[in-house]
Ligand binder design. Structure first.
Ligand code: SAM
Length: 290
């Protein structure tokens, strides 16, 4: 079945964009005291070693988090990036980043007592590691884990009882059908819970479905009269190379603060992580017209 293991990609430039955005969304939504439900539809294993195992084979963290750390040692950083670096720090020492937290760990660490986290994971090995790691956090009353296909089950969780929710959708896109499932899921999700905040990560690949994804999301958001924000970070432009060179986040119902947050972070990330003259970012948002 699945061959994708997120440990190969932990701490990559794509994780940095995704997790920096995610942290801001959670913290913005927590400014109000009401309970928040966060759904992480593609959880992965929760925390990854950067010192051994898959991460040392792919070396993606070297072009990502390690590169950003080296940049941070000799350059001032905007608050948005400083906050991200703090949030990924808990399991590490100030001298050494030996692990990289995945989205379930980052979110779990931010939960307030009234918040809830719902995690989906399908991979038989990842789900075992995820269960083990989440048990270690001792937050079992707040976190539910589903070894199920999120595209089939998400709708059953919407809207959350508190009507305040964030859904992170982070497929591996290993299966080409994920693009279609994502569109169907977003259509259904917005029918059930139009005011939820949805954060969708996608890889920028030459594949037709990947190139079309932002436009498809814009169409769906516009049809449902929802505001959206689109951010993309490209670290290089090396046609023909198979490695991931750019990725994006598409947010439906973004908080008004997100554009400013990313407009501080993206130029610095482009400079810190860029490897050739093709490094660039994109940031665009559109307010819903009611
Ligand atoms: N969100 C994680 C993070 O940021 O740390 C990374 C997740 S990784 C990109 C995608 C994960 O989704 C993989 O572990 C994969 O096994 C899992 N997955 C793939 N299809 C799924 C589905 N339909 N439902 C639930 N999990 C799925």
């Amino acid at each position: 079945m699945f061959s994708y293991r997120h440990a190969f990609h932990a701490g990559s430039h794509a994780d940095i964009l995704k997790h920096l955005t995610l942290i801001h969304l959670v913290e913005y939504l927590q400014e109000k005291p009401g309970a928040l439900t966060i759904v992480d539809t593609h959880a992965g294993a929760e925390i990854y070693s950067l010192k051994d195992g898959f991460a040392t084979v792919s070396k993606e963290a070297e072009g990502g988090i390690f590169r950003l750390q080296a940049f941070a040692n000799s350059n001032p950083l905007p608050e948005s990036i400083q906050r991200y670096l703090e949030a990924i720090q808990p399991e590490n020492t100030p001298e050494e980043l030996s692990t990289y937290p995945g989205s379930p760990f980052i979110i779990a660490r931010l939960l307030r007592p009234q918040d809830r986290l719902k995690l989906f994971e399908l991979h038989p090995k990842e789900i075992d590691i995820l269960r083990h790691n989440i048990a270690e956090l001792k937050q079992s009353k707040q976190i539910d884990i589903y070894a199920e296909d999120c595209f089939k089950r998400l709708k059953g969780l919407l809207p959350p009882p508190s009507r305040r929710g964030l859904v992170l959708i982070d497929p591996s896109y290993e299966d080409k059908q994920d693009y279609r499932y994502l569109e169907e899921t977003m259509e259904e999700a917005l029918k059930r819970f139009a005011t939820g905040c949805y954060a969708i990560w996608y890889p920028t690949l030459s594949r037709r479905e990947s190139a079309a994804l932002p436009d498809q999301m814009k169409k769906i958001a516009t049809k449902h009269k929802r505001s959206w924000l689109h951010a993309q970070l490209r670290i290089e432009n090396a046609p023909g190379e198979r490695r991931l060179q750019a990725s994006g986040m598409f947010i439906i119902n973004p908080p008004w603060t997100l554009e400013k947050h990313l407009s501080q972070a993206l130029p610095v990330l482009t400079k810190a992580l860029g490897v050739d003259g093709g490094a660039q970012f994109l940031l665009k948002s559109v307010e819903a017209k009611n």
